[in-house]
Write a protein that binds this ligand. Structure first.
Ligand SMILES: Nc1nc2c(c(=O)[nH]1)N[C@H]1C(S)=C(S)[C@@H](COP(=O)(O)OP(=O)(O)OC[C@H]3O[C@@H](n4cnc5c(=O)[nH]c(N)nc54)[C@H](O)[C@@H]3O)O[C@H]1N2
Ligand SMILES: Nc1nc2c(c(=O)[nH]1)N[C@H]1C(S)=C(S)[C@@H](COP(=O)(O)OP(=O)(O)OC[C@H]3O[C@@H](n4cnc5c(=O)[nH]c(N)nc54)[C@H](O)[C@@H]3O)O[C@H]1N2
Ligand code: SF4
Ligand SMILES: [Mo]
Length: 828
């Protein structure tokens, strides 16, 4: 038994390069229960991050009472992390601090300014009435949909068909825009299409791993266990961490580069220049498989190690050592996440990681690869299915043949599909709602009143009468509180569906228990809307034609036939019992595919490409003719960009650099994790992290109350004197207002962030702003920040250690069973 609050990653199971990661089965059951008490186990996978750990849900008396990792699954080999162990099932059960269950159980409508309970017919009729009136009055552009990275594949595909073929609106996006739009954008720019090149199995094979703006130890805890087990094994891979904070990743690193937030592109240009100058470019690979080398080499040339080190605030020696590892180790794996995607020049910097691997020919081989990470559990599906505005199955908006294919599949007029302009990104959808041209905004499974940047503005947009707001959630969130209609949704464990993790691995999550009250699955809600609106195809059949999850999945398989994300070989039956399966999976690859691009051929061909690309500095689109003239024919594109300093730089009034992110114990706006007592206690309230030297200058001590002020607003909270780099202030973005009292001071990290986004991916810049910090007074006790991970105090003796206690005990079974074999081994 292990306290997995105190011991986040659990027991080590060291292993050597080229061998299989051992199995360890983690089980957590409600206090006092043993596995014998469980009525039955239902197969699923965790939805509290993009890792997609396979698990079985324990059910007793019709309730979820715990989880157990699935030993047979290639993703987690039985392990689960703290959020999965404590948060997954208790987050759905919905009890906080011993209070009554607080899930939404009935629809709500706004009456005389207040939200009141009603029945489904009344709520849906209100939505349909508004929808019909707007369509008659202003047409489909009056409708906007803002969805999630947390629904199921079947739900996104249904929503995409409703939006694109039923209504015909281009205004549809997911919170994936805030999350991993840049992962998709960087892969599209370089390889021609979304689609993860690498594999988790590259961890088993690599000689070095680079984590670019990725605190994997806290955000994909189970993947980090795999890394830790390699690090504890006989042939330790080198670790390079690129993060301004001293995260648990940085603590394990051979080289920790701590650039100022906002300077990634300068760092990358410096690194690439050094690779070129030290002679580590694989010129044969570059000549055969890429385009754009000369331009890239010229762009990076001014970035000498000295200039790079100066701009980024890192040491020249560290920079050189990091590059040496990349250049000399045979097999190198990179992972990239929000420190890049949400920072200055997001897509440009993401592309430079792709460039590094291409330049050295370190891609598509065991141990050499790229993981342009996802964050949310089902973000991959938002993108694939087109619920983020992309066309389903990586089809190209600018390619009329692709649009015609979809029209055939859906049996609708090609002109009905709004392909005359690029899809509207989330930040623009909110702008249209602000201006009044979007009159109905339907928000599903996301909480923008806490998670979008510049909250004063977001509250203003959603609270007025300008726009009719529909919110579909499990709980009465900050966003739901501002809605005109609130629809109670069934969530994880209460409905059936599939989703795909970072690794392209598809899992099925079966329904384990009934949803509370009258809550309905998001699939049923979307289909109900479609039927009430009476959407029809060309032959007068209902659109979409399916009525259940498996029907939607089978339609989706057809939609992917012949595309990179080919699901045709995956069925619900095949997903039951064994491991998840990585796409592409079809007749040629019946067990799925571990890594892409081993042959050095990329989907950049004119007919295959998902996009013709953009200028990385301005975001200007490359026209089809210009792309045709370049004729990539399967070669990857080495895209270059000069460094542009962040929009907001420190100055006299706002002298510190502000950045935001996560802690290991909470998921986003905490609707689930705050309802798991173990997680709630471990990180109960907001804080900000200051470097010791900055704190001293400002006269601030551990636990003091502080005000953090930016040009947008201010927050008041407690200070953790941490181990971050001087000049940088970090705030977790988990803490909104649903659990505060009226009159409490503002505390959400996004009160301070900017309405700014990357020109290519359109992902907001949550990781750069300028602030000042002022001491308000003593706090009387240490800040509530956990001591176990990146927010550890600089002086541990002054703060009690974060522990879980009796109800945090988890059973770990290092089982002597064979680890699951990789799909490649079965294939070859
Ligand atoms: N515990 C937990 N896990 C999660 C989630 C969660 O809410 N909680 N959410 C999931 C989701 S949706 C996502 S998207 C992922 C996110 O996972 P991560 O990207 O790993 O998490 P973040 O904390 O947002 O940011 C990572 C790191 O970026 C660093 N950083 C900040 N600015 C910069 C910069 O300019 N340059 C560089 N190089 N680094 C910078 C921060 O110090 C931080 O440590 O996590 C997923 N997993
Ligand atoms: N400052 C700052 N802001 C950030 C970030 C950052 O690093 N810094 N990160 C950004 C990132 S990467 C992300 S992903 C976003 C996340 O931001 P949000 O998406 O706003 O955060 P969540 O709390 O995950 O909101 C999901 C909502 O969906 C509900 N839900 C869960 N499952 C279901 C379901 O099956 N059906 C329905 N209908 N509802 C469901 C939950 O109760 C919850 O209210 O935040 C972004 N905002
Ligand atoms: S690593 Fe992610 S998917 Fe796995 S248990 Fe933790 S939160 Fe769930
Ligand atoms: Mo995310």
């Amino acid at each position: 038994m292990t306290d997995r609050i105190a011991d986040i990653w659990g027991a080590r199971t060291p292993y050597a390069r080229g061998t299989r990661w051992p199995v360890r089965v983690d089980t957590k059951l409600e206090e006092g229960l043993t596995p014998d008490d469980v009525d039955h186990w239902v197969q699923s996978a965790c939805v509290l991050c993009s890792n997609g750990c396979a698990c079985d849900i324990a059910v007793k008396d019709g309730r979820m009472v715990g989880v157990r990792g699935r030993a047979v699954d290639t993703v987690n080999h039985g392990r689960l992390g703290p959020k999965g162990l404590y948060g997954s099932w208790q987050g759905m059960n919905g009890r906080r601090n011993g209070q009554a269950r607080d899930r939404l159980t009935r629809p709500l409508v706004r009456e005389g300014g207040r939200l009141v309970e009603t029945d489904w017919d009344t709520a849906m009729d209100r939505v349909v009435e508004r929808s019909r009136a707007l369509l008659a009055d202003r047409g489909p552009l009056s409708h906007g949909f803002y969805t999630s990275g947390q629904l199921f594949l079947e739900e996104y595909y249904t929503l995409a068909v409703i939006g694109k073929a039923g209504l015909g609106t281009p205004h549809m996006d997911g919170n994936t825009r805030l999350c991993t739009a840049t992962a998709a954008a960087a892969m599209k720019e370089t390889f021609g299409s979304d689609g993860q090149p690498g594999s988790y199995e590259d961890i088993d094979e690599c000689d070095a791993i680079f984590l670019w703006g990725h605190n994997m130890a806290e955000t994909q805890t189970v993947l980090w266990m795999r890394v830790l087990d390699r690090l504890a094994g006989p042939d330790r891979p080198a670790v390079v961490c690129v993060d301004p904070r001293r995260t648990p990743v940085a603590r394990e690193a051979d080289v920790h580069l701590a650039p100022y937030n906002g300077t990634n592109q300068a760092l990358m240009n410096g690194i690439i220049r050094e690779v070129i100058h030290r002679g580590w470019v694989d010129h044969d690979y570059v000549a055969a498989h890429t385009l754009g080398y000369d331009d890239l080499a010229a762009t990076v040339e001014p970035w000498t190690p000295e200039r790079t080190a100066e701009t980024c605030g890192v040491a020249v020696d560290d920079l050189r050592r990091a590059v040496e590892i990349f250049g000399t180790r045979q097999r190198v794996l990179s992972t990239v996440l929000q420190g890049f995607y949400q920072s200055q020049q997001a897509t440009a910097a993401g592309c430079q990681v792709n460039n590094l691997h291409l330049l050295c020919g370190k891609i598509g081989r065991p141990g050499s690869g790229i993981l342009q990470m996802n964050g949310q559990p089902t973000a991959q599906n938002t993108r694939e299915c087109g619920a983020d505005g992309d066309l389903p199955a990586f089809r190209n908006w600018s390619n009329p043949d692709h649009v015609a294919e979809l029209a055939r599949l859906w049996n609708v007029d090609p002109l009905a599909i709004p392909a005359w302009a690029p899809p509207t990104h989330a930040m623009q959808i909110f702008r249209y709602a602000e201006q009044g041209s979007i009159g109905l905004l339907w928000i599903s499974a996301t909480n923008p009143v806490v998670s979008l940047p510049d909250l004063p503005r977001v509250r203003d947009i959603l609270s007025g009468d300008r726009c009719f707001v529909v919110v579909q959630d499990l709980y009465l969130t900050e966003t739901a509180q501002l809605a005109d209609v609130v629809l109670p949704a069934a969530g994880w464990g209460e409905k059936t569906g599939t989703f795909t993790n970072v690794n392209r691995t598809v899992h099925l999550s079966d329904k384990a228990v009934d949803p509370p009250g009258e809550a309905r699955s998001d699939l049923d809600i979307f289909l109900d809307y479609a039927r009430r609106m009476d959407f029809r195809d060309r032959d007068g059949n209902p659109l979409p034609p399916w009525n259940d999850p498996e029907g939607a999945f089978d339609a989706w398989r057809e939609c992917t036939r012949g595309r990179l994300c080919d699901y045709t070989g995956i069925t619900y039956d095949r997903l039951r019992g064994g491991s998840g399966i990585p796409w592409p999976c079809n007749d040629d690859a019946p067990n799925g595919t571990v890594r892409l691009y081993g042959d050095g051929v990329f989907p950049t061909d004119l007919q295959q490409a998902e996009t013709y690309g953009h200028d990385l500095l301005t975001g200007a689109v490359v026209a089809p003719d210009a792309y045709r003239a370049r004729d990539p024919r399967g070669r990857a594109l080495l895209k270059a960009a000069a460094y542009l300093p962040p929009f907001e730089q420190p100055d006299e009034e706002f002298p510190l650099r502000y950045t935001t992110g996560r802690t290991v114990y909470h998921f986003h706006t905490r609707t689930k994790t705050a309802r798991a007592p173990q997680l709630d206690r471990a990180a109960p309230d907001m804080w900000v992290e200051l470097a010791p030297s900055d704190a001293e200058e400002l006269g601030i001590a551990e636990g003091d109350r502080v005000r953090v002020v930016s040009r947008r607003g201010h927050i008041e909270t407690t200070a953790r004197i941490g181990e971050g780099r001087p000049g940088v202030v970090f705030a977790p973005f988990h803490y909104g207002y649903w659990d505060t009292k009226p009159g409490d001071p503002p505390r959400a990290a996004n009160e301070l962030t900017m309405t700014e986004w990357d020109p290519v991916s359109k992902q907001p810049s949550f990781k750069v702003a300028a602030v000042r910090v002022e001491r308000v007074g003593p706090g009387g006790r240490p800040s509530p920040a956990p001591t176990t991970a990146a927010s550890a105090p600089a002086r541990p003796d002054t703060v009690p250690a974060t522990v879980g206690g009796a109800d945090a005990e988890v059973h770990e079974d290092i089982a002597p069973v064979e680890p699951p074999s990789a799909a490649t081994e079965e294939l070859s």
